[in-house]
Every structure is written in structure tokens, then in C-alpha cells.
Design a protein around this ligand. Structure first.
Ligand code: MRU
Length: 331
């Protein structure tokens, strides 16, 4: 099946629409959603109809066009930038469009298109650098979805897999289902299998035992924000995967564009962690899973400390956390 773009803009700055894949319906239905007002864009980002750090950055950039042409100035842009707090790409993109646009929707669209094109190119380059890590016969493990559905290109963590697959390398991918919103089960397995990549979904609790069984030689995840010391925020559960990988001597890599690095934060402790509605854990569709009297805690992300990270796969190459620290110190 030919996949439509995860995020696109159709038309000019005055009457155009932001079109996204409605990801909450995947994999059962592949539907597109047209967004024409700022509230709709913010709602789509909050509901995870569009999600993944780079994709919400690109959607946020186009959202600025809608905000400016609707006469919603600084206040509208601020609400858009705050729609999801952990992924730094959203605020980064909104600030970039705001500065370039000077209040003008036509200039805003030109800048949003630049951000979009550069994300596509960035993903391709991450894929090329990361593919060198993948060898014949390997088992890979990933958490959440950091693929084409999370970016405007071929993804971050999944991009090396797409490039290696295109180069004829034979490997197998384990996709953690990723509780509670199931991005691994619903999205990663969908896009990898659509491209003919051998993928097995496992429950989050199985990752350590699959590693112990010797089935995983490499872990690659994405990131929503990386602090100056190399600590990385990613989907809740990533930290546990990194701890298990360390225990089993399996290299744990994080793939992310430079727009995900936040030089202003010294350590991961400063990264804001989004806490989402308890209903996401308490219920599964119409079925109640947790009794009303029990509490639930639903942070959407966790922090993997730099010492658990073997390397960071960026558009400019694969670097150790120490090399990234030196680069960010010079910024
Ligand atoms: O809550 P989500 O689905 O937006 O979380 C996404 C992730 O955690 C991804 O791994 C991260 O954004 C990197 S996407 C290339």
C-alpha cells in the first residue's frame, strides 16, 4: 500500500489546509484529517492524531500559518507551542516560523515548508549513518514509533532499518507494544510490515527476556528531547529497555535530529515530562481495567541517562554522548 504523507500542506497560505494521517485509527483505518483552524491543530497534537517529535514539529510549523492567517498572534502561537511539552521540536519549530514570518502567513508557510523539507533530508541522513550498525542476522529491538509516522520523512530510529533493508541486509525487528497507547503494536509493526521488514510485536514486559534469550543484538529508539549531557527523553518504558540492554551487553542507540537536542538544559532532570489523562490507563476502550478507588500515574515519557547510551545517531553521523556534550558546549 502506498502510504500518504504523515503531514502535508495543500494549497496556499490563505486558503490551504494542513493534512495529517489520523493516527489514532491505525492500523484498522487509514484516514486523512484536514485541519483549517488552530483549535483543530492543537487538538490533533494533544490527542496524538499526529505524534512523534519531528512530525509534531512540522505540524506545528504549518499550524503557525493557520494561526497567523486567523489573526491569532503571539498568544495563539504560545498555545500551539505548549500543546505537548516534552518534544522540544514543537517549540523549536514554532519559534523558528514565528521569527521568520514577522506576522505574515505567506512568509510563515515558506519557513514551514523549509522545516518540512529539511526533516525529510535529515531522516534520510540518519538512516544512512545508522544503517552501518545493522548487520546480517541481527535481531533489533525498538520502543514506541520513531518511523515515517513520527516524522515528515522515513523516521529516526526506523530510518536505519529502512536503509539496511533497501541494501539487502537480513535482520529481524522486535517492536515493544508500548503501553498504554500502543504505538509499537499499532504503528511500528504497521509501517515496517508494509515495507516488507520482518517484525514481531512483543509486550513491553517481554523485552528483557527476549534479550536474555540472545535474540537482540542492537536497540535503537527515538527521542523527544536530549539534554546537554546526553540524557534522552523518550516514550515511557525506554529507560527500562536501556537498563535491560546494559545488563545484557547490548548496545543501546538513540536516533534523533539535531533539532531534538536542547543545549539549554544541563541534564535530563530539566526536561518537562508530559503527564497524560488517567483514562488512558484506567480504561481500554469501553472496558474498565483499573477500579475507581485505585490511583493511576500516567507520565508519557521517561529519561534514559547518557551512561546507558552507546551512541546517538544524528544527521551528521553517529556520536558518543561525550562527543555530543562537547558539541553542545560549543553552541
Ligand atoms: O507520544 P508519542 O507517540 O508522540 O511519542 C513518540 C516517541 O516517544 C518517539 O520515540 C519520539 O517522539 C521520537 S519520533 C521520531
Amino acid at each position: 500500500m502506498a502510504m500518504p504523507p504523515t503531514v502535508s500542506w495543500q494549497g496556499d497560505a490563505h486558503t490551504g489546509v494542513l493534512v495529517i494521517i489520523e493516527q489514532t485509527l491505525l492500523p484498522a483505518e487509514l484516514e486523512l484529517l484536514e485541519l483549517t483552524d488552530l483549535e483543530g491543530v492543537i487538538d490533533a497534537i494533544v490527542r496524538l492524531a499526529v505524534r512523534g517529535a519531528p512530525a509534531i514539529g512540522v505540524a506545528g510549523a504549518y499550524g503557525c500559518v493557520i494561526a497567523l492567517r486567523s489573526g491569532l498572534g503571539a498568544e495563539g502561537l504560545e498555545r500551539l507551542a505548549n500543546a505537548r511539552p516534552t518534544a522540544v521540536n514543537l517549540r523549536w519549530a514554532v519559534e523558528r516560523v514565528k521569527a521568520a514570518a514577522e506576522g505574515n502567513a505567506v512568509k510563515a508557510l515558506a519557513e514551514a515548508r523549509r522545516i518540512h523539507a529539511s526533516d525529510e533530508d535529515t531522516c534520510r541522513r540518519i538512516g544512512q549513518h545508522g544503517a552501518a550498525l545493522i548487520r546480517d542476522g541481527m535481531g533489533l529491538l525498538t520502543h514506541c514509533n520513531a518511523g515515517a509516522l513520527a516524522t515528515a520523512g522515513m523516521g529516526t530510529a526506523l530510518a536505519p532499518m529502512y536503509v539496511a533493508h533497501a541494501n539487502g541486509v537480513q535482520f529481524h525487528v522486535f517492536a515493544d507494544e508500548t503501553r498504554p497507547l500502543m504505538q509499537g503494536a499499532r504503528l511500528t509493526s504497521f509501517e515496517l510490515s508494509e515495507q516488507g521488514i520482518d517484525v514481531t510485536v512483543i509486550s513491553d514486559g517481554m523485552a528483557a527476556s527476549v534479550m536474555r534469550a540472545g535474540k537482540v543484538q542492537l536497540v535503537i529508539t527515538g527521542a523527544d528531547r536530549i539534554a546537554a549531557n546526553g540524557d534522552a527523553a523518550n516514550k515511557i518504558g525506554t529507560y527500562g529497555v536501556a537498563v535491560a540492554a546494559k545488563h545484557h551487553g547490548i548496545p543501546f542507540y538513540v536516533a534523533a535530529p539535531r533539532s531534538t537536542f536542547d543545549a539549554a538544559l544541563a541534564t535530563g532532570g530539566g526536561i518537562p515530562i508530559e503527564e497524560r489523562a488517567e483514562s488512558e490507563l484506567r480504561r481500554l476502550g469501553a472496558t474498565q481495567l483499573v477500579p475507581d478507588r485505585a490511583k493511576v500515574f500516567n507520565p508519557a515519557f521517561d529519561i534514559t541517562p547518557a551512561e546507558l547510551i552507546a551512541g546517538l545517531i544524528t544527521e551528521d553521523g553517529v556520536f558518543s554522548p561525550a562527543q555530543i556534550r562537547a558539541w553542545l558546549a560549543g553552541k
